[in-house]
Design a protein around this ligand. Structure first.
Ligand code: NDP
Ligand code: 8X3
Length: 257
């Protein structure tokens, strides 16, 4: 297993769910963390927790990945000691709504595409050249089962995650001949704030998504990201689909009721 001691790990969407769980997992292994999201207060709480528990050094970036100018200027002016990012976890993302395409909200579509696709591209375009120059690096993109299988009402969210899948494959091909690795992780149902965000704060509706089944936890996914990141340098885990035992496909789940 490769040591993460003092490695610099940049996590987008670290204020909640899978991103926060990754932060905890990598902190425990001695990594230094660049934690970014829009909610700075959440990042501050997380950084304090990790500093107290593991002595973790964190650098916080209040960043909206949709804002290309902000992404470029923030990442190109990192303090020197934080510049050499070893691992980028492109995790920031969201779904909005579950409407039929012909009844969908264009604002919701734009938010999903701007965050999940364009935001991921902006961050990747800014961070990866340094990895190539330094001759080391690993990009982990959080895709979804939704990128493999569309489901009713998933339309644009599924398209955004299909794009993450294609971008990950394309990046891997473009980086061939460099030591930089690319991994795409495709989770099924994970209980985080994801469904609350999807349903614009309707937590009753969100809870029903996970009702009578055992979903994955954010920690389950962080564990897999950590596994991929700690393989020897010649091993690249390209893609992994991880579902709860109670889920067979994007739409086929087993509920005990
Ligand atoms: P959460 O809602 O718990 O976390 C989403 C994170 O993304 C938050 O930290 C949020 O931070 C951040 N984020 C959202 N929009 C932006 C933005 N414009 N700029 C910067 N950060 C942003 O959900 P999850 O942890 O579940 O989601 C993480 C990733 O996992 C997403 O890409 C999601 O699509 C994917 N995924 C989730 C699954 C699930 O079932 N939960 C399954 C498959 C994939 P803030 O609001 O503070 O900016
Ligand atoms: C999140 C999982 O099935 O709700 O990507 O789209 S799903």
């Amino acid at each position: 297993m490769v040591s993460l001691q003092e490695k610099i790990v940049f996590i987008t969407g670290a204020s909640s769910g899978i991103g926060s769980a990754c932060a905890r997992m990598f902190a425990q292994a001695g990594a230094k963390l660049i934690l970014s999201a829009r909610r700075q207060d959440r990042l501050e709480q997380l950084a304090t927790e990790l500093s107290e528990k593991f002595g973790t050094q964190s650098h916080l970036l209040q960043l909206d990945v949709r804002d290309r100018v902000q992404v470029e200027s923030t990442l190109s002016s990192l303090p020197t000691s934080w510049e050499a990012i070893d691992i980028l976890i492109n995790n920031a993302g969201l779904s909005r709504g579950l409407s039929k395409l012909h009844e969908g909200s264009i604002q919701d579509w734009e938010e999903m595409l701007d965050t999940n696709v364009k935001g991921l591209l902006y961050v990747t375009r800014t961070v990866v050249p340094g990895m190539v120059r330094r001759g080391r690096g690993h990009v982990v993109n959080i895709g979804s089962i939704a990128g493999r299988q569309a489901y009713p009402g998933g339309n644009v969210y599924c398209a955004s995650k299909a794009a993450v899948r294609a971008i990950s494959e394309g990046l891997k091909q473009d980086l061939l001949g460099t030591p930089v690795r690319v991994t795409e992780i495709e989770p099924g149902l994970v209980e985080t704030e994801f469904s609350i965000v999807r349903f614009h704060g309707d937590s009753d509706r969100a809870n029903k998504v996970y009702q009578d089944l055992t979903p994955l936890t954010a920690e389950d996914i962080a564990d897999v990201v950590f596994f991929c990141a700690t393989r020897p340098a010649h091993v690249n885990i390209s893609e992994l689909l991880i579902v709860p035992t109670d889920q067979a496909t994007a739409t086929l789940v087993h509920r005990r009721s």
